[in-house]
Design a protein around this ligand. Structure first.
Ligand code: F3S
Length: 754
């Protein structure tokens, strides 16, 4: 469990020289984000300045974290990298595969039975390759990272979009796909477009009912769900310094909801307090020595409009509690306006559930402030009108809040204490009656509130707000309850007013835990056996993809010409398929089933050219594979947008598709295809898309001359014997062509050539 102080000291030892050099190259004062980026270049000391929003840059992250759903394929791939051990400190966290239903103890037992083989696999592979393993029930990945591993000025990647939470401790922490994590675990660089920078200046001070959550709810309202795309959000100002470290984590966490690459704060006393309270005084001592490098240059925050691409200013003293939703986290309503908004929009006023927790808001401070509201309800004899559920962020928090009587306070209101895991936040909530799909309202302190996310019911109106507001609203049972102005009626019929929440930033008696749920890896993992049952339908060991045979691809069939939007969800659906994330053969049965066939406007119905019959896309592709026939997928614009999930590239590769030819790619998917040894090509002339016919056979004419910057020539032979020869562009560099030749990037790593 121990944080890696040697690694941290090494990062700090390089910081001054690298940042000073970067300042000289850039020719102006630097923001904190730039300092962290420039001190983590793969090349080491910077040799030139980069252009924000334009240059692709290779970085060397300090850490990797994976959650149980995404770790399966990442680790299955890593096993092929030919390494004895991960190249950078890495942890795996079991938090997504635990359903919330009855309560922590029973739910955890059920998960340990149902997903036993997955947990056993993750545990054994972690043990073998030097990876720290956090068992089911140990807590939610981002809370554990904040408690144990995040450090000011560091850079980490994680296979979960809310990895950004670690910005609360002054890190640049970024969510990535499994393939990127595998690269870094294998000792390779990680590429990112040098981000743009959004500055958020926080003036004033939070007070009363307003919490750090309201800062990000307000920012989301201003920037919308797309406003942060391609940018790092850097918070600063007196308001930032006055907030707790975990509060900062909450703000950074929900940076994912505005599409930001990540968010961060400069090193300050709140971080010192948090690091010390979580047993990391050694990190404070090390960070203090380079403190000026762990925040922006003074001139930047004095004249921020000169240094950020966009600047937002929020006065915390004037900020109202916000309630965002329903169905999207960027629809913000200040509490004083909720009565009018709810009535105007017909949102159900009666609140059925209040849920506190998730990686966003499950700190000691969150729990203690929410409990102070619950305590008042108990003292005043108010029976809560809605049901309550809490998910503590970690076993350390659960143990400590139990010791301090906070859980007992919640239980006085009949609160269900769920496992220290994601639970309802990832739809792992077996909510009674959800299948009836009734229109209803819930409030929660999570980050996402898209339709169906919490309980699968599209008619559940989920609203996001702070834990203390969740408590007040759930007690009142009304979405339009404003605790600042409204009163409640207690069981004796008396009018009662709640006073503003109070709580402790950190436990007065310190954190405590009996068994944190951590498994340290074996010092020498060479004799550890990785546990995968050959009969499992959820896990399957991977075999290396076959290398290119050096010949032109000929006689390939068109599998599908996809029309319009084709996201990674269309290519590899989520939902029930999540179960097969660790079994490439089984999950391949969802390949492209959401894509629209340009020839008949239908999804999952393509012509099998060998039989002339229409069938499901995976079935047709399996028929081609069985017959030893290659195939090609054709697509439209921005093919593969959406998530960075590598399954969308691995499935076609596994089933024998050779090339994907589209009008344009979403960049991450294009890279994922390259990494898996596929040909990712774009029409040199977009109108050639219209020439592709349903029964086409495709021949590559000059693949044998595959070279950087040289387009490929493809011949499309139509059923009437006529042909169209079209040019296909590509963006492969020399190294990436090596991936194609070797069969995949991993094959090359395993051969020791990458
Ligand atoms: Fe888990 Fe929800 Fe966070 S799914 S990682 S608690 S966003």
């Amino acid at each position: 469990m121990a944080f890696d102080i040697e690694m941290i000291e090494k990062v700090y030892a390089n910081m001054a020289s690298r940042v000073d050099k970067a300042r000289e190259l850039v020719g102006r004062p630097l923001t904190l984000s730039e300092k962290i980026l420039y001190s983590h270049l793969w090349e080491g000391t910077p040799s030139h300045a980069f252009t924000r929003g334009k240059d692709y840059v290779d970085f060397a992250p300090d850490r990797v974290a994976c959650q149980d759903a995404t770790a399966q394929m990442a680790l299955l791939q890593f096993m092929h990298a030919g390494k004895n051990k991960v190249a950078v400190p890495t942890t795996v966290h079991c938090d997504h595969l635990i359903q919330a239903k009855v309560g922590a103890k029973t739910d955890l037992e059920v998960a340990n039975t149902q997903s036993k083989e997955v947990f056993d696999f993750l545990s054994s592979v972690s043990n073998k390759y030097g990876i720290g393993f956090w068992k089911p029930g140990s807590g939610i990945i981002h809370q554990i990272v904040l408690e144990n591993y995040a450090f000011p000025g560091g850079m980490m990647i994680g296979t979960d979009s809310h990895t950004v939470n670690a910005g609360g401790l002054g890190m640049l922490a970024i969510g990535v796909g499994g393939a990127d994590a595998v690269d870094v675990m294998s000792g390779m660089s990680w590429e990112l477009k040098f981000p743009k920078l959004i500055g958020v200046k926080l003036t004033g001070k939070l007070s009363g009912w307003t919490a750090p959550k309201d800062v990000i709810l307000k920012v989301a309202d201003i920037l919308t769900v797309k406003g942060g795309t391609g940018a790092i959000v850097e918070y600063f100002g007196e308001g930032a310094e006055s907030m707790s470290c975990t509060g900062k984590g909450t703000i950074c966490n929900m940076g994912a909801e505005i599409g930001a690459t990540t968010s961060t704060f400069g090193y300050d006393d709140s971080m010192r307090r948090y690091l010390a309270a979580t047993g990391r005084q050694a990190v404070v001592n090390a960070a203090d020595k380079v403190a000026s490098y762990l925040t922006a240059d003074a001139e930047v925050y004095a004249n921020p409009e000169k240094y950020f691409d966009q600047l937002i200013e929020i006065n915390l003293s004037e900020l109202e509690p916000h309630i965002n939703g329903p169905f999207t986290p960027d629809r913000g309503t200040p509490v004083s306006q909720m009565k009018a908004e709810a009535a105007a929009n017909g949102w159900p006023i009666k609140v059925e559930w209040g849920l506190i927790g998730s990686c966003t808001n499950s700190s000691y401070e969150d729990m203690s402030r929410a409990a102070s509201i619950v305590e008042q309800a108990v003292a005043h004899g108010i029976t809560p009108k809605a049901e309550f559920g809490i998910n503590p962020g970690s076993e350390q928090i659960r143990y400590t809040i139990e010791r301090d009587g906070i859980i007992a306070t919640f239980e006085k209101l009949g609160t269900k204490v769920f496992t220290n895991a994601c639970g309802p936040c990832i739809g792992q909530w077996d909510r009674e009656g959800a299948d009836k799909q009734e229109k209803n309202t819930i409030v929660h302190s999570f980050n996402r509130n898209f339709s169906k996310r919490a309980d699968g019911n599209p008619n559940t109106h989920a609203f996001v707000t702070s834990p203390e507001m969740v408590a007040a609203i759930a007690i009142s049972g009304r979405l339009d309850f404003n605790p600042i102005t409204d009163s409640l009626i207690n069981d004796k019929g008396e009018e009662v007013k709640l006073v503003a929440p109070t709580g402790d930033e950190l436990p007065k008696r310190g954190f405590d835990v009996e068994d944190a749920g951590f498994q340290a890896p074996a010092a020498d993992g060479s004799s550890v056996e990785v546990v995968v049952s050959p009969t499992s339908d959820r896990l399957q060991l991977l075999a290396p993809f076959t290398p290119w045979d050096g010949k032109n691809i000929t006689g390939a069939k068109l599998l599908i010409k996809a029309f319009g939007k084709c996201t990674t969800d269309h290519i590899s659906m989520a939902g029930p398929w999540l179960r097969f994330r660790g079994h490439l053969d089984n999950i391949s049965n969802n390949m492209l089933i959401g894509a629209e066939n340009a020839f008949n406007g239908r999804a999952n119905a393509v012509k099998n050219q060998l039989t002339g019959e229409y069938a499901e896309v995976p079935a047709v592709q399996r028929a081609y594979k069985a017959a030893g026939v290659s195939s090609v997928v054709v697509g439209d614009h921005n093919y593969g947008e959406g998530s960075s999930r590598e399954h969308a590239a691995m499935e076609p590769r596994f089933l024998g598709v050779k090339a994907v030819l589209v009008k344009s790619f979403a960049r991450i998917h294009e890279t994922n295809l390259k990494k898996q040894g596929m040909l990712a090509l774009t029409f040199a002339n977009e109108t050639d898309y219209d020439k592709i016919q349903e029964d086409d056979t495709i021949n590559f004419l000059d693949l044998t001359e595959f070279a950087p910057g040289k387009p490929l020539t493809l011949e499309f032979v139509h059923t009437d014997g006529s042909k169209d020869v079209i040019m296909a562009n590509h963006t492969y560099n020399e190294g990436q062509i090596g991936w194609f030749v070797a069969g995949s990037a991993l094959n090359l790593i395993a051969a020791g050539k990458a």
